[in-house]
Ligand binder design. Sequence first.
Ligand SMILES: Nc1nc2c(ncn2[C@@H]2O[C@H](COP(=O)(O)OP(=O)(O)O)[C@@H](O)[C@H]2O)c(=O)[nH]1
Ligand SMILES: [Mg+2]
Ligand SMILES: [Zn+2]
Length: 284
Amino acid sequence: MIYQGKIIRTSSKLYQVYLEDGRLVEAFAMGKLRLGKTPLVGDHVIVEEMGDKFGIQEILERFNRLYRPNIVNVDQVFIVISCVEPDFHSLLCDKMIFKANLANIHPILVFTKLDLIPKDHYVYRFIEDYQHSGYDVVLVEKEGSINDFKSYLKKKISVLSGNSGVGKSTLLNRLDSDLMLKTQKISKALGRGKHTTTNTTLFEIGEGYVADTPGFSTLSFENDSKRKLSIVVLDFKAYQSCKFNDCLHVSEPQCGIKDAVKQGLISEIRYNNYLKVLDEMKED
Ligand SMILES: Nc1nc2c(ncn2[C@@H]2O[C@H](COP(=O)(O)OP(=O)(O)O)[C@@H](O)[C@H]2O)c(=O)[nH]1
Ligand SMILES: [Mg+2]
Ligand SMILES: [Zn+2]
């Protein structure tokens, strides 16, 4: 029998695959596949059932890839930002957004600890700016509902990004109080072979899959291209009417992006952060 499935964990030579019929099986990579690509967490695969064994025959096309964590076909990244403790930082937040844009992963902004700030706190100005710019924004406070967050998770592969202390673990544990247990169970199961190397694991949470490692290993833009960033920034998408094809929207004449910023159609905050990031990048 042939099935389609999704790899949710890899350990040396074995792959845990969720089959379309709901079974979770361990599969090995079949000979002809080994010569080509290595299966990764998130891969959609064709699996053949042979007696009590399962072999991965084929890897279907990937639509994006993260490195460290090694994971593919990521639907979305939750960029988790706290209003305080640690304080909100506009450039840091936009850097995570730009990283998501460059990786072709849809960003969702999750602001936490709203219960700790007054209603006139400056963070609200930034939250409104993101909402106004068309971003998906989720607001979280200690006692409030997290149904909003939950609904975004459904049927998707997600990663969570954000500084330590912003509330990532808290968020996941509120959704699934057994999560700690699951994590321990998997580490235990992994202990059986001496040479197993742990990679990324996808956990089934709130009807979706969430990677157990932070989404971006670095916020350095050293190895990214200015040209690519100038095209992928979400806020710029609707205004790419620049005179020059390779316009970086800095000091070029007849730039659609700069015009849109002047007219208040593109957030000045985002544009200024974009310029700062460009400055950090090497020449293309
Ligand atoms: N008041 C308040 N505290 C929060 C909220 N979210 C997280 N915390 C606290 O922030 C601290 C760090 O949270 P944690 O989930 O460990 O952050 P992580 O490093 O991103 O995983 C913990 O003491 C949490 O109880 C929130 O929405 N409101
Ligand atoms: Mg944590
Ligand atoms: Zn331009």
